[in-house]
Design a protein around this ligand. Structure first.
Ligand code: ADP
Ligand code: MG
Length: 348
C-alpha cells in the first residue's frame, strides 16, 4: 500500500556482507559512557559500574510477526527496537544498548535495508540507546530480525513479575486497545486494496490507532516518573499480549489474585469509536488485543495518594489472595474469571 520512495535498487551482492555491515552502521554514534567498545571487534565491551545489567531479546519473522504489505520498513525497524526496549522498561530499568541481527534475501535491495536501519537509528536516537553489534546473514525466504536490548538499574529499583502482594493497587500507563484496532483498520484496507488497487482510503480518522500499530512507543518515562514520586513498584510487566494475559502473569508469578474493574480500563475515544464501527467490544479489545506496549504494575496501597490523578497512570484494580482468583468486575457488577485470550503465537 505504501510505495517505496526509493527508485534505486542496489543489489546486496554488490556490497558483500562486510560492505553491508559498514554501510548500515557507519552513522550510529555512541551516547553512553558505559559503551567501552561498540561495533567493530569480536564483542562489545560494557561497563555499568555499580548497576545491575538487564537483558532481553526478541525475534521477528516476516509473515509471522509482520506483514510488509502494510508495514513500511522504516516503521518495522523502529517497532522492532521499541518492543525490545519495552521489556527493559518493564523491569523498571533504563535501556542503554541494543544489538541487531538480520537475515535478508536477495529480493531486498540495499535501499530497503537502509530504510529498516533508518527506523532503527530513529529509535536509537529517540530512546538514547547505543547500537553495539549484531549479525548479518542471508535468508532464502523472508526477512528476519532479532534484537537484543540491554539496560541498567539499581538493584533496589528492579521490578520483577513476582513481587505483587494482596491489596496492592494494579496500575497501567497510557491507554489500551489502540494497536489492535489499528491492525483491524489496516487489514480491512488491505482487503479493499486487493479488490481495487486504485482506491485511496481516508485513514485520517484512524490516525491514532494506526500509529499505535505501526509506530508504537515504549514507556521510557514511567521508571523516572515513579522515582520522582517516590514509588517503588512491587511488580511490573509490559503489555505485549493484552491486559488479561499480563495480569495473569503477574498473578501467577506473585502467587496472588486480582480484581480488575471494567469501568477503570483506560480507552482512547478513537478506540471506542473504532470498536463501535467494527462492532467489537472495547473491553475485549483492551483485554486481548495486545501490542500496546504500555506498562502494567502494582504498588502498595500506601502509595495511592501519590499515584491517583496522574494523567499518565490509571488505577484499574487491586490484588487479592491467590485463592480468590483473577476476575473482571464488569460495569454491571458481575464477576467474570479472567482468561488469557491474548495473542498466542502458536495458535493456528
Ligand atoms: P563476526 O564474524 O565476529 O560475527 P561480523 O563480521 O559479523 O563479526 O561483525 C562485525 C561487527 O559488526 C561486529 O561488531 C558485529 O557485532 C557488527 N555487526 C554485524 N552485523 C551487524 C548488524 N546487522 N547491525 C549492527 N552491527 C552489526
Ligand atoms: Mg557475524
Amino acid at each position: 500500500m505504501i510505495e517505496d520512495k526509493n527508485q534505486e535498487r542496489t543489489s546486496l551482492e554488490k556490497l558483500g556482507e562486510f560492505g553491508l555491515i559498514d554501510h548500515l552502521t557507519k552513522d550510529f554514534s555512541i551516547q553512553h559512557e558505559s559503551t567501552l567498545t561498540g561495533i567493530g571487534d569480536d564483542a562489545a565491551v560494557l561497563d555499568f559500574k555499580d548497576k545491575k545489567t538487564v537483558l532481553s531479546t526478541d525475534l521477528l519473522i516476516e509473515g509471522v510477526h509482520f506483514d510488509l504489505s502494510y508495514m513500511p520498513l522504516k516503521h518495522l525497524g523502529y517497532k522492532a527496537v521499541i518492543v525490545n526496549l519495552s521489556d527493559i522498561y518493564a523491569m523498571n530499568a533504563t535501556a542503554t544498548h541494543i544489538t541487531v541481527s538480520i537475515a535478508v534475501s536477495n529480493r531486498f535491495p540495499l535501499e530497503a535495508i537502509e530504510e529498516l536501519y533508518a527506523g532503527i537509528a530513529l529509535a536509537c536516537t529517540k530512546f538514547k540507546v547505543d547500537l553495539i553489534g549484531g549479525d548479518t546473514t542471508s535468508s532464502t525466504t523472508g526477512l528476519l530480525i532479532s534484537i537484543t536490548a540491554i539496560g541498567a538499574a539499581n538493584e533496589t529499583n528492579i521490578a520483577y513479575r513476582k513481587g505483587a502482594k494482596p491489596n496492592d493497587l494494579l496500575v497501567v500507563s497510557g491507554d489500551l486497545g489502540g494497536a489492535y484496532m489499528g491492525l483491524q483498520v489496516l487489514e480491512r484496507e488491505k482487503e479493499v486494496f486487493k479488490v481495487n488497487p486504485n482506491s485511496q482510503p481516508d485513514l485520517e480518522p484512524y490516525s491514532y490507532v494506526i500509529e499505535r500499530q505501526l509506530k508504537p512507543e515504549a514507556r521510557n518515562d514511567i521508571s523516572g516518573l515513579l522515582q520522582e514520586m517516590g514509588v517503588q513498584p512491587t511488580s511490573m510487566i509490559d503489555i505485549s499480549d493484552g491486559l488479561s494475559s499480563e495480569i495473569l502473569h503477574l498473578c501467577k508469578n506473585s502467587e496472588v489474585g486480582c480484581n480488575l474493574f471494567e469501568d477503570k480500563i483506560p480507552l482512547d475515544p478513537t478506540v471506542i469509536s473504532a470498536c463501535e464501527e467494527f462492532n467489537i467490544d472495547s473491553t475485549m479489545v483492551a483485554l486481548s488485543g495486545g501490542e500496546d506496549y504500555e506498562l502494567l504494575f502494582t504498588v502498595a496501597q500506601a502509595d495511592f495518594e501519590k499515584i491517583k490523578g496522574n494523567p499518565n497512570l490509571s488505577i484499574i484494580g487491586h490484588m487479592t489472595q491467590a485463592s480468590e482468583g483473577a476476575h473482571l468486575i464488569t460495569r454491571g457488577d458481575t464477576k467474570i474469571p479472567l482468561t488469557a485470550q491474548g495473542w498466542n503465537s502458536f495458535k493456528a
